[in-house]
Design a protein around this ligand. Structure first.
Ligand code: BES
Ligand code: ZN
Length: 622
């Protein structure tokens, strides 16, 4: 067996799946999906085929012709990271007719890690249930069996059978919504009577087609009572059907088309036809997820001042870097996120100006330095290309691939000049689109396009070395420098005057707070809040940066606000620093008890991925 990917049981000698057709029956009362999947392989094959699964029940594997059962087995105990290996014997009796397709009948379970099932009280409208996916990096396997590696690319069609009062969106073209038809999509194969429930009057089918091949981590759906607003010629924003949420979202994202146009100017034609946005309930574990044609977003990006545009710029940038060119496996994740961070900042620069882009770069620079410090006992994960054998990608998720990757590309830009670098990126995208590549492929291409580059830039140090290379670069601008010097003055006891912060937005405050000493006197924390009300900020980046400071400074006045925050949002960017600040370090008994209690009470509201991440933070320190 030749492994392709440290996070997958897929075997490189097996044919890759080229297409999958899914018929999925959503059973909300039991938080389960019952499914029939029809797989087409890239070429006929006779032998053992290895798929990834997690928390799935496999009912049957069936041959394509006469639906006769095919032998299969599941590994006896699940690997804690990879899950359960499904081995299918594709050994037809007649040697001439090797299969290139087969069916799998399966069910998810309530512990499927990609899925969060929300009961009505956890939604905005409080009336209907909601379910949504988060597949990156290795959770698609908990929805349907697959070769769950970004080295693979699959086209898909899907019939989603859902209660009539709900609707569905996917990372695919919406073909239509209609009453279910008995037996369609091989739904007669569904287990436990769900075959007959398929065509019940209380149900509806939402049909989707994704005819551009995507890596499995970009498979996505959401089902709930959804509404939408038009915000541009190829963009609609979806959210739960609550007018106030939809109106705020439409306002926040009004500038999306302009960003797409700037992206096209910089990186080439937008390949995915539509660029729709879905605003999820507050438990969504990320800021955004670049699901093609339907970006998923946390509602915390709606801040009322159009600053959420940065996250949209980032997910949009993935339309080129990540979704068109994908990392071959997670060890080369920087190719996805570093490139996207670079592309995001170019889009932000084009639509919001250089000052804003530099501010973001400065926030990122500070984040990178802190992240490298956090990994001081585990330097492997300060490398761009790193070894992830036996490592869970969710637990080592950090800013390193984003910000060190950004710094590497920015370094190349400084070396060859912007016009040449712009040409290079365009050519890189055109050359590798719809492919999955690794760091070596990138370097080979770079050296071919920019002969002699390795004499000017230590490419090996950048891609394989630990820490921050000496030729990384802290940005400069008047605004950036001013904020940093104000943060420095705080150390000498001077708080910024009202007139100095009068036109500060969230990002200015974030940068300021991040650059204060990690631990202050409790009285200083109180004074800061008294003057600027940061603990009540509607901008979660600001609020969380402030609350983190309050915890590290043991300013207990704000612990009830910390608790409230941990209970109202599930975005890991906020959960991680707050829980970490509570439990890290000595003499934190009260904080540890608080963290444990709040997690016990909030746990059910978090996405399973966030539950796992918080659990591992607590386990490390308690
Ligand atoms: N693809 C990521 C989110 C992700 C990464 C999910 C790894 C699962 C595993 C997405 O594009 C992202 O980076 N989101 C950021 C946005 C920010 C950098 C503007 C986030 O969620 O904070
Ligand atoms: Zn990203």
């Amino acid at each position: 067996m030749a492994p392709l990917d440290p996070h997958s049981f897929s075997d490189s000698t097996n044919p890759p799946t080229s297409d999958v057709s899914l018929s999925l029956y959503f059973d909300f009362p039991s938080a389960t999906i019952h499914g029939v999947a029809f797989f087409i392989l890239a070429f006929p094959y006779a032998g053992q085929l290895s798929f990834d699964t997690r928390s799935l029940t496999i009912h049957q594997v069936l041959s394509p012709n006469d639906l006769s059962p095919l032998p299969f087995s599941l590994s006896s105990s699940p690997d804690p990271i990879k899950g359960t290996q499904l081995s299918i014997s594709l050994l037809p009796e007649d040697d001439d007719t090797a299969f290139n397709s087969f069916f799998i009948v399966f069910s998810t379970s309530p512990s499927s890690t990609a899925l969060q099932w929300l009961c009505p009280p956890q939604t905005f409208n409080k009336k209907h249930p909601f379910v949504y996916t988060q597949c990156q990096s290795i959770h698609a396997r908990s929805i349907f069996p697959c070769q769950d590696t970004p080295a693979a690319r699959i086209r898909y069609t899907a019939l989603l059978n859902v209660p009539r009062e709900l609707s569905a969106v996917m990372s695919a073209r919406h073909v239509g919504r209609r009453p279910p038809v008995s037996g369609e999509g091989h739904s007669h194969l569904l287990p436990n009577g769900f075959n007959s429930l398929w065509s019940s009057e209380t149900r509806v089918v939402e049909e989707f087609l994704m005819n551009q091949p995507i890596p499995p981590y970009l498979f996505a759906f959401a089902v709930g009572e959804l509404g939408s607003r038009e915000v541009g010629p190829r963009t609609r924003v979806y959210a739960e059907a609550v007018d106030s949420v939809l109106d705020a979202a439409a306002k926040e994202f009004a500038g999306t088309e302009e960003m797409i146009r700037q992206g096209e100017k910089l990186f080439g034609e937008y390949a995915w036809e539509r660029f729709d946005l879905l605003v999820l309930p507050p438990s969504f574990p990320y800021g955004g997820m670049e699901n093609p044609r339907m970006v998923f977003l946390t509602p915390t990006v709606i801040k009322g001042d159009a600053s959420g545009a940065q996250v949209v710029a980032h997910e949009l940038a993935h339309s080129w870097t990540g979704n068109l060119i994908t990392n071959k496996n997670n060890e080369h994740f920087w190719l996805n996120e570093g490139f996207t961070t670079y592309a995001e900042r170019r889009i932000v620069e084009a639509v919001q100006g250089e000052d804003r882009a530099i501010l973001n770069t400065g926030i990122g620079w500070k984040g990178l330095k802190e992240e490298v410090e956090k990994f001081k006992d585990n330097l492997e994960f300060t490398k761009l290309k790193n070894n992830q054998e036996g490592v869970d990608p969710d637990t080592i998720y950090s800013e390193v691939p984003y910000e060190k990757g950004f710094q590497f590309l920015w370094r190349i830009e400084r070396q060859i000049g912007r016009p040449a670098f712009d040409e290079f990126i365009k050519k890189y995208i055109a050359t590798f689109k719809f492919q999955s590549i690794d760091t070596e492929r990138f370097l080979k291409f770079l050296k071919a396009q920019v002969p002699g580059i390795e004499k000017d830039i230590d490419l090996v140090l950048w891609t394989e070395g630990t820490g921050i290379p000496p030729d990384a670069y802290e940005p400069v601008s008047d605004l950036y420098t001013k904020i940093l010097s104000l943060a420095n003055e705080f150390k000498l006891g001077r708080m910024p005057r009202e007139d100095e912060v009068a036109d500060w937005r969230g990002q200015e405050w974030e940068l300021y707070l991040e650059n204060l000493p990690r631990v202050l006197e409790a009285s200083q924390v109180l004074a800061l809040d008294e003057r600027y009300r940061l603990s009540e900020s509607k901008d979660y980046e600001v609020k969380v940066a402030f609350l983190q400071l309050a915890i590290l400074s043991k300013c207990r006045n704000f612990y009830s606000e910390v608790e409230k925050t941990l209970k109202e949002v599930g975005r890991m960017k906020y959960l991680r620093p707050l829980y970490r600040a509570l439990v890290q370090g000595a003499g934190k008994e009260e904080e540890k008890i608080l963290a444990k209690r709040v997690f016990a009470e909030a746990r059910e509201c978090y996405h399973p991925i966030a539950q796992g991440v918080v659990e591992s933070i607590l386990a490390k320190h308690i």
